[in-house]
Write a protein that binds this ligand. Structure first.
Ligand code: NZQ
Ligand code: ZN
Length: 382
């Protein structure tokens, strides 16, 4: 196991009817900006619950953060913050609203071009404090300090991180997910699953506790995916998916490990160019990426095949079988797993995305072997 240095200062308030806790969690003496997405919260009752809980607070609202949140929209919120001297941000929605809120918190205190925070990953030592009501189990953003922002004019989607961006608190009420459209539950299931794969299926460093966490999250997702899809009001299934999503990317699974993140690197390019939902991009890329890198990943995939899918075979067969099982599981949710299924032609996608890797000299993967040539080969299999 590698050395590590771990902190996660986010308070998590989990469970049914927990949004009312906002009245105590949000500082009463500060000016609050509540940040929302496109309006789902008005239909499912979350907005009303937030308003009721904050009826004694001094709040303003900002609406319109889009999925794959855009720099351009975030900058409008930054202007509002400066005009109204806002001191605290509350994100209400999915991962996109929260990621946007993290960027806005940093940009509001940043001297210089705010895109440099993402584009150049410039370090910053000031940010507004923020809290969160999470309505979509997927990204784990509610318990990490990462944000992913898209620059529409440059067609670049990129992550950045800073410890100042851990939410002070995150409220996760599984009932808020009852209203999710099927596509977003599918995206969330795949995103959670792939977060584990990116952190687990790399080099075997004998990280027994972390591997156990990973198997637990994977088994939980597999067990509850079908129930959550067939019975959207099943509280237990939603609760387990919510907590699995949070635990998959709060750091517990990857401390002391070697991580990959190349499915995400390729997926972000697909989202930046074609506007794909994040989970969908991963459902298409990940099985092929794993096959491409089988020689590096086979020991851990074989272990996962035995532990999670109960495969009983030699190492190579168990590793190959594990990838087949992963792909079948994604398909079982109903999500598309090929470019053709979403109307994209693989040759042109492979050429374009490969060219973008080449131009920006992007290299990904735990062995730094996912360059533009590898990306082309992988996408030609998608
Ligand atoms: O915008 P509204 O109207 O709220 O609707 C949203 C949106 O259209 C809707 N939705 C959210 N909660 C709902 C709901 N609809 C009904 N009922 C609810 N309870 O769902 C749609 C998608 O929301 P979005 O926030 O975009 O989805 P998700 O949570 O999957 O976030 C995706 C973004 O997070 C980034 C992705 O790249 C993508 O930009 N990620 C962030 C990470 C992080 N911060 O650590 C890690 C991830 O790997 C990922 O990259
Ligand atoms: Zn992800």
């Amino acid at each position: 196991m590698n050395n590590f240095n771990f902190i996660c200062p986010t308070r998590v308030i989990f469970g049914s009817d927990t949004i009312q806790n906002l009245s105590n969690l949000v500082p009463i003496n500060l000016k609050i900006l509540v940040i929302f997405g496109g309006g789902s919260v008005r239909k499912n009752g979350i907005y009303e619950q937030v308003k009721n809980a904050l009826n004694k607070h001094n709040i303003s609202e900002f609406w319109g953060i889009e999925p794959n949140p855009k720099l351009e929209t975030c900058l409008k919120a930054v202007n509002l913050i400066k005009r109204e001297s806002i001191d605290f941000l509350l994100s209400v929605g999915g991962g996109s609203v929260l990621d946007a809120t993290k960027f806005i918190a940093a940009a509001a205190k940043f001297d210089g071009d705010p895109w440099d925070i993402v584009g150049k990953r410039v370090y910053f030592d000031k940010a507004l404090p923020l809290g969160c009501v999470m309505s979509l189990p997927a990204t784990g953003s509610e318990m990490n300090c990462v944000s992913v922002i898209s620059n529409d004019s440059l067609k670049i989607k990129r992550s950045f991180r800073n410890e100042l961006l851990y939410p002070k608190f995150s409220i996760i009420d599984p009932k808020t997910t009852f209203s999710l459209p099927l596509a977003q539950i599918q995206n969330g299931i795949v995103d959670t699953f792939v977060h584990i794969l990116e952190q687990y299926a790399t080099v075997d460093l004998n990280t027994s506790v972390q591997d156990g966490f990973c198997f637990s999250v994977l088994k939980t997702v597999i067990k509850n995916a079908k129930i959550a899809i067939n019975d959207p009001q099943n509280y237990d299934a939603r609760a387990n998916l919510c907590w699995a999503a949070t635990c998959a990317l709060n750091g517990w699974c990857n401390v002391g490990c070697i991580v990959d993140w190349s499915s995400h690197a390729i997926g972000h390019e697909l989202s930046a160019v074609y506007g794909l939902d994040h989970g969908l991009s991963l459902a298409i890329v990940t099985p092929r990426l794993l096959r491409y890198n089988l020689k590096f990943k086979k020991a851990k995939l074989a272990k996962m095949g035995r532990e999670v899918f109960e495969l009983n075979a030699d190492e190579l067969s168990a590793a190959k079988g594990c990838i087949d099982e992963i792909e079948s599981f994604f398909k079982s949710t109903g999500i598309a797993t090929t470019l053709a299924q979403i109307g994209l032609e693989k040759n042109s996608v492979a050429n374009l995305i490969s060219e973008r890797f080449k131009q920006r000299n992007l290299i990904a993967g735990e062995h730094e072997n996912i360059d533009y040539k590898a990306v082309k080969q992988i996408l030609l299999e998608c």
